[in-house]
Design a protein around this ligand. Structure first.
Ligand code: SF4
Length: 456
């Protein structure tokens, strides 16, 4: 059941001025809606899309059973919820989006809001609940990767259904007030850094709602915990005619809600899958490699509990202290790792190198798409390495051009047979290879930690 509260307040426009007496938005009280226990309706076509099944594909056998099992498990144990609150101030001055005084560098969102003449925004949070994720983790630990995978995907489908449920309530509310709701936008979408999740979460103000079954936490990388949660901004505009003219401003094309009486555009099924799935033997095809011992359905890009060449506690410490990582809007990952060592001769001069690693998205198996290594700006220690003194140009060329495992999934670092020289310098190829191994293991460890199901 949806709880609704009205709060007094106004909106600001592009020049940041208070709009207490202008336009229909200013006269309205601010809306606050929450549903601590919505009835979730995951539509079969959406579920199939997220499972990666083509629309016409006939699913039989174990895959069908697992899909039904995940749905029924969630119906019995899931704790979904959603929350929406109208922001008290929206400013689009200087091409930045400022909501209640918090500025976001999100040019595409700003452009859409400006184009539609948005005067307010709804801040929305939805969650499929931690129970689903926690159970999926247990299944994984029990060696049931297929069950894990179907439950994970069902959780994603629940999040989409919750966004649609919240959108419906907003559209219904807006319709009665001659307002139009714009398509939702979230950190991590094009031109909006996913690292802004934490600041958006602060703005949403979930903590004030003690009636919601659970909250959300944003990690420094922008990932949300529980993972099956979403934060979003929906613009609101009194210029309904602009929205009618410009189909890009109509949210319905991205909204799968069936039978919505307010629908203004047909739903366009997105091409992108949130998860990857290989056909199971039951479906008459060969199971995918899976990479990590995952069974018929799952494709998990990182080995859980991998055996590294260095103690995991050390890798975790290095990940915290020496690794910088960020997820880009397309799901790819950029990371830098700093290595500090010393030369073996010349009185052990300190030196520092920076490793840059770019990975394709999780869905693409965290494939390594770019690597580079160079002394950190201002480092002089590397000039004291024996090989540098012998032929500095050749050494620096070797360091710059050696890019091990390029094109392979990051997971290939687990079990990679490489040079073992632990010397602090870069003179020998085996020592350079060893350091690449460290940089990649630290990144693997950090991503596996974030990727892992939450501990109970
Ligand atoms: S179909 Fe359109 S009008 Fe209906 S809830 Fe979705 S976005 Fe709103």
């Amino acid at each position: 059941m949806t709880a609704e509260r009205d709060r007094a307040g106004g909106a600001t426009d592009g020049d940041g001025a208070a709009e207490a007496s202008r336009g229909p938005m200013s006269a309205a009280a601010l809306l606050e809606l929450a549903d601590p226990a919505p009835a979730v309706v995951v539509q079969e076509p959406e579920y199939r899309r997220l499972l990666g099944w083509p629309r016409e594909h006939e699913v039989t056998g174990r895959s069908l059973e697992l899909a039904a099992w995940a749905r029924s498990w969630y119906a019995g144990h899931g704790r979904p919820w959603w929350f929406a609150r109208q922001a008290g101030g929206l400013s689009l001055a200087g091409g930045r989006v400022e909501i209640e005084g918090t500025a976001f560098d999100a040019p595409r969102l700003g452009e859409m809001l400006a184009q539609a003449g948005a005067t307010s925004a709804m801040l929305v949070a939805v969650g499929a609940g931690g129970a689903c994720e926690e159970h999926a983790r247990r299944l994984w630990e029990e060696g049931k990767p297929d069950e894990y995978f179907f439950l994970e995907v069902y959780g994603s489908a629940v999040v989409e259904a919750l966004v649609a449920a919240a959108a419906f309530r907003l559209c219904e509310w807006a319709d009665g007030r001659a307002l139009a709701v714009l398509p939702h936008y979230s950190p991590g979408y094009p031109d909006w850094d996913i690292g802004d999740q934490g600041r958006l979460l602060d703005l949403v103000g979930l903590e004030r709602r003690g009636d919601l079954p659970e909250g959300v936490r944003a990690l420094p990388t922008g990932m949300l915990r529980p993972k099956k949660s979403l934060l979003a901004v929906f613009g609101l505009t009194p210029h309904v005619e602009r929205v009618q003219r410009l189909t890009t401003l109509v949210p319905c094309a991205n909204c799968a809600l069936a039978g919505c009486r307010y629908r203004r555009a047909p739903y366009r099924r997105p091409l992108r899958q949130l998860e990857s799935v290989h056909p199971s033997p039951d479906d008459g095809a060969t199971a995918g490699a899976g990479g990590n011992g995952a069974g018929a359905g799952a494709r998990v890009p990182l080995t859980a509990g991998a055996r590294y060449s260095v103690a995991p506690a050390v890798l975790r410490r290095w990940a915290d202290e020496r690794l910088r990582m960020r997820c880009l809007a397309d799901g790819s990952v950029e990371a830098t790792f700093r290595y500090d060592g010393t030369t073996c001769s010349n009185l052990g001069q300190p030196l520092a190198f920076e490793y840059r690693i770019r990975l394709a998205s999780r869905e693409e198996g965290y494939r390594i798409v770019d690597l580079s290594c160079a002394p950190v700006p201002g480092d002089l220690g590397h000039k004291f390495m024996c090989e540098y003194l012998a032929d500095g140009e050749a050494l620096m060329r070797a360091i710059a051009t050696e890019r091990p495992l390029l094109g392979h999934p990051l997971d290939a670092v687990v079990g990679w047979r490489r040079g073992t020289s632990a010397a602090g310098c870069y003179c020998a190829a085996s020592s350079r290879e060893h350091k690449w191994g460290l940089a990649l293991e630290v990144l693997h460890c950090a991503l596996a930690r974030e990727d892992a199901p939450v501990a109970g």
